[in-house]
Design a protein around this ligand. Sequence first.
Ligand code: CAA
Length: 379
Amino acid sequence: MSFKLTREQEMIRLMAKEFAKKELEPYAHKMDKEGKFPEAVVKKMGSLGFMGMMVPYEYGGTGAGAVSYSLALQEIAYSCASTAVTMSVANLSTEPLLKFGNEEQKEKYLTPLASGEKLGAFAITEPGAGSDPGSMTVRAERKGSYYLLNGTKIFITHGNYADVINLVAKTNPEKGNKGLSAFIVEKGMSGFSVGKSEDKMGLRASNTVELILEDCKVPKENLLGSEGLGFKIAMTALDSGRIGIASQSVGIARACLDEATKYAKERKQFGKTISSFQAIQWMIADMATQIEAAYLLTLSAAEMKDSGLAFTREASMAKLFASETANNVAYKALQVHGGYGYIKEFKIERLYRDARATTIYEGTSEVQRIVIARETLKD
Ligand code: CAA
């Protein structure tokens, strides 16, 4: 892996940075306060190619690749972590279609998602199936030319705004993980509705909802791959998704560090700026070092994906380390702010809440350790 970005990667990073500074940063505080999903900005990001960065040009994407995607996502997260999770899940939702879709499915669903014409979501989680998707109960029964889906999915990112949802359901309850199948569900299909919106601690400008399936009629043509492939499809998509959450975490952590250094250079106590105290300097040094390590792990996983190598273990390492780093750094950065850090007026208060989700979704830190240990022992 080269440590130097290519000209194209650097240009994409700068473009994302400029976009985020202009379109997200000035509104992030207000959006968080109001808990409002920025529909117009998300649409604009789609038309600029931010939602199909790992999809080839022929299917409506930019073909920029995982490294460029990670760099762009870091910049978006730096300015607004909520919008970053929207972008991450939208890109994740293209993966099952790209890897397992047939030509008709790609044309009908992948192209509009990757080009930003439509927004995609990903649904596996249920009230009783979080870390263990194999225990899901949403049922899909074949009835001639269609499947009937019944049950409830929860914690679905931007489920209220998505046009297309990659949804995993059980076709064969006796077979555990091997009894799951993946479906392309469209908003508006009969029997599909959106349930309650979650009132979250952080990432408040991202939308998180319940999806309700009541005899939801999905044409058999919308089965991805074949019956029984659902678990594999979900895991493959999550490998890429974890690079996204690692990138989001790096962006949040950088924003925390910048807030902490800015504050430390302004705040005076005992007649000096607090940045002149070693206690603060050591916190800054630890934060900067951890962020650099998280950045390199994340780009290394992305580079492996771009090179066509297996990257399951590296994506989990990046997700584990970067999300734990975002939380450690947010904790220290708030500590540097003292009492002011606890006040909503200060940006660090939002960053601290936003960071918290990163060690939980798309596989908790504990799940990442399972993946890393299994892959390492296998080697
Ligand atoms: N790629 C391809 N195939 C994979 C795979 C991968 N990364 N991981 C596992 N598989 C395959 C295995 O090879 C195995 O296949 P065979 O049976 O043919 O050998 C099969 O899948 C079963 O694998 P495991 O035995 O490892 O399955 P498990 O039940 O022990 O689960 C787990 C392993 C790592 C805990 C997995 O269940 C997991 O990742 N859980 C976390 C789920 C998760 O991340 N949920 C997040 C929800 S989405 C979200 O948060 C999105 C959002 O909106 C932000």
